[in-house]
Write a protein that binds this ligand. Structure first.
Ligand code: PLP
Length: 409
């Protein structure tokens, strides 16, 4: 079998998370594991009306192939929506994608040769790591600080990689409410990252699925909106702001890159579903994104508050335990004392009917064994509180057991 596979595919690993997630899909388990958006935020009734109208009245158009670049109506609607957010875009700077996972695939296909270096935050989004691995990138992890990537460490790693004769291509960042940590990159760091990328002639892949889900604090400009060099490729998705099942996103880039990315997409899937593009475009034009966003930000705000207040109430009081308090998005990140291994503890959590994602899965170099990601997007505030109560009990018991073992050994 192995002889038939491409080198690329034979190196592809199954996602550890997806395997663990299967174990959490029981109704009595309170799962903080999946990164799924809250279903109550999906505008399903509005979609049903629009879809019925499109399918009855315009089926010859919406069930047809479309432009690879994406529907003009959707790109115009996006331009109007994003303009007040500091992005003044023409339709030619937008490529509609089958959501951001495809955008990541397209940039990897367009820019990464085997062995090329891409600097990534540590921890970072697991499926981006999977995509970069498929294209045999050399992923160099850069630690994440409370205000984003450690840029001194980035500069050091750039020098080391150059000295080793490697080809450096890009820096991959999720500046707003990062997956998995919930951390936001400061404005100072956004500007300095651009300076470093300019000086070192690197691309920036800016992944922004959560930026519109800010429910506290002050909005920061995207890195792309601070750039005038064309080296930032920005990926935005509808998955968390409208519905993940639409499978719609937009990749924002300038020429000459855009031309290449369009050709790469053509060879990948010809075009993204015209039906879902029309549903999204009409939703934006007829209902407006701002009202909808206001409502869903509040949904996540209430859930974040429920999780953070439950952590404060139930977690063991121990100086080795901390968590992030994100100002938006879906996730927070918990650090536990080093005696705890969250993978080893996972079966105990499941016995107690609660689940999380092990921290280690989000690193390329085996770190994060005492860390975990919690998603506060699913379930009611009451269920979130109950889940944290169960989790805190598991952690308390694990701490006692591990510390007793350390003393006796
Ligand atoms: C950081 C990040 N990038 C990209 C994606 C891909 O999402 P989608 O393909 O649904 O747009 C996700 C999904 O959770 C994500 O967290």
């Amino acid at each position: 079998m192995k002889t038939y596979l491409s080198k690329r595919a034979s190196g592809a690993k199954r996602s550890a998370i997806r395997e663990l997630l299967k174990l959490t899909e029981k109704p009595d388990v309170i799962s903080f594991a999946g990164g799924l958006p809250a279903p109550e935020t999906f505008p399903h009734d509005e979609f049903a009306e629009i879809a019925a109208d499109e399918l009855h009245g315009h089926y010859e158009n919406v069930l047809q192939y479309g432009l690879t670049e994406g529907s003009l109506t959707l790109r115009r609607a996006l331009a109007d929506w994003l303009r007040p957010h500091g992005l003044d875009l023409s339709v030619d700077q937008m490529l509609i994608t089958t959501a951001s996972q495809q955008a990541l695939d397209l940039v990897a296909k367009a820019f990464i040769d085997p062995g090329d270096v891409i600097f990534v935050e540590a921890p970072t989004y697991l499926a981006a790591l999977q995509t970069f691995s498929l294209f045999q990138a050399d992923k160099i992890p850069i630690p994440l600080e409370d205000d984003g990537m450690d840029l001194n460490a980035l500069e050091e790693k750039i020098s080391e990689a150059r000295a080793a004769g490697k080809t450096l291509k890009a820096i991959y960042v999720i500046p707003d409410f990062q997956n998995p940590s919930g951390i936001t990159m400061s404005l100072e760091k956004r500007k300095r990252l651009l300076e470093i990328a300019g000086r070192e002639d690197l691309l920036i892949f800016e992944d922004d699925p959560y930026g519109q889900l800010r429910f506290a604090g002050k909005s920061l400009p995207s890195i792309r909106s601070l750039d005038d060099s064309g080296r930032v490729i920005l990926m935005i998705t509808f998955s968390k702001v409208l519905a993940a099942g639409l499978r719609l996103g937009v990749l924002i880039a300038d020429n000459p890159f855009m031309d290449v990315l369009v050709r790469v997409k053509q060879a990948t899937d010809l075009c993204t579903s015209k039906l879902t593009q029309h549903i999204a475009a009409r939703y934006i034009n007829e209902y407006g994104m701002e009202e909808h966003l206001k409502a869903i930000r509040e949904v996540y705000h209430v859930k974040r508050d429920a999780m953070v207040s439950a952590l404060e109430e139930y977690m063991p009081k121990d100086e080795g335990i901390s968590w992030t308090n994100p100002e938006g998005g879906l996730f927070l990140w918990v650090r536990l004392p080093e005696v705890i291994d969250t993978e080893e503890m996972f079966p105990r959590a499941l016995e107690n009917k609660v689940a999380y994602v092990i921290g280690n899965a989000f690193y390329v170099d085996g770190r994060g064994r005492n860390e975990m990601r919690l998603s506060f997007s699913l379930g009611t505030p009451e269920r979130i509180r109950e889940g944290i109560r169960r989790l805190a009990k598991v952690i308390s018991e694990e701490l006692v057991a591990k510390r007793a073992q350390t003393v006796s050994s």
